[in-house]
Ligand binder design. Structure first.
Ligand SMILES: [Mg+2]
Length: 366
């Protein structure tokens, strides 16, 4: 049975628990999916979720008035029980218990389907690694259940990517959802793919000397390896919570970051063209072993140099990276390409004949 036939069949079923008996079910499914498409045009998975969505609400606390058909809760014994009428605020989504209903069967079916798809992914499958570490329910509203009004987060992101906003410490709270959806959605992947396309076009246009001195410099975090499984965590919130170096270094030490797929494609194209690869990262020298094994596990199996920040390396990321590139140039290397997610990767001395910037609206490094 196809999904449309399934919707038509559902249309013939009268759900007595549903107060919307006057409207055909199919109309409700389409209205929901179309409303989501309007707000999130690039998130095709979310359109499908709207089409097959169910209804649920938090329990164990006061029923919020923004819950659809709130008036029917008056029939529920919990409505007048003082034990269940406190306000839950700032307790974290993991501590919230949601109601169980017929729609949850659908959740289980979809979840089992995703688990099957995920199980057939090969070892380095980006989707598999990201999906496994993301909480099933992501909040899309404030603590009181109301949609937050935002400054224009798309304009904020554009200002970040163009280096018009500098030295910012955190993703604005009201843009946490926006950044999360962007990073997990198709737009981020497409934005990275076009950077790789342009870099490949440029690399193929060059004639290399063939003396092993033509290099391509790659940054690591959010350029060749993705920390999205870490940034999607509820204690990180895509950078909307202050940066915690201890937590981040613990995650890096695990050495399980997946590749940024577009950058891995670029890397795989550069090698047979004769480029030597240099990874230049602000990670501490102490993390060398886990960084190296992570790169290999993610598919970056060889490189000319892996440069990490040592105790003696001083200055901002831009100064440190400029110094390291200058050392490379002084030892005879030619930097033909340089790619990073931070402006500090691609500004400064000896930045390379051409630079490429991949998106990163989650953090800023000077
Ligand atoms: Mg980086």
């Amino acid at each position: 049975m196809g999904i449309w036939e399934c919707c038509e069949l559902l249309n013939n079923i009268v759900d007595e628990s549903d107060p919307d008996l006057d409207e055909p079910q199919i109309k409700h499914l389409l209205q929901t999916a179309e409303a989501i498409r309007k707000d999130y045009p690039d998130e095709d998975w979310l359109h499908l979720t709207g089409l097959i969505h169910g209804d649920t609400f938090p329990v164990g606390c006061a029923f919020d008035e923004s819950i659809v058909h709130h008036k029917y809760f008056k029939e529920n014994p919990d409505f007048n029980n003082p034990k269940y009428n406190n306000k839950y605020e700032g307790c974290g989504l993991e501590k919230v218990l949601m109601s169980w209903g017929h729609d949850d069967y659908m959740l289980i079916v979809v979840f089992l389907f995703l688990a099957t798809v995920s199980a057939t992914c090969h070892e380095n499958c980006f989707i598999k690694q990201v999906v496994e570490q993301i909480h099933l329910l992501r909040p899309r509203s404030g603590a009181a259940g109301y949609r937050l009004e935002v400054a224009n987060c798309q304009s904020w992101r554009l200002a970040v990517e163009t280096n018009n906003i500098r030295n910012w410490k955190m993703v604005p709270g009201e843009c946490e959802n926006y950044v999360g959806h962007y990073m997990l959605g198709k737009q981020y992947r497409d934005d990275c793919e076009i950077v790789a396309d342009l870099a490949i076009e440029y690399a193929k246009s060059l004639t290399l000397a063939g003396d092993g001195k033509d290099i391509w410099v790659f940054d690591i975090d959010e350029t060749t390896l993705s920390n999205l499984p870490y940034y999607a965590r509820s204690d990180v919130l895509f950078g909307a919570i202050p940066y915690n170096s201890t937590l981040f270094n613990e995650w890096v030490a695990e050495g399980t970051a997946p590749p940024v797929p577009a950058s891995l494609r670029l890397y795989r194209t550069l090698l047979p063209l004769g480029f030597k690869i240099v990874f230049l990262t602000g990670s501490s020298q102490r993390l060398k072993a886990s960084r190296a094994s992570n790169l290999k596990a993610a598919g970056y199996h060889t490189w000319e140099k892996l440069i990490l920040r040592g105790e003696a390396d001083e200055g901002t990321a831009m100064v440190y990276k400029s110094n390291k590139r200058t050392e490379l140039v002084n030892s005879g290397y030619r930097i033909l390409g340089n790619m990073g997610d931070q402006w500090s990767d691609i500004l400064g001395e000896n930045s390379g004949n051409r630079t490429f910037k991949v998106p990163d609206p989650m953090y800023y490094i000077a």
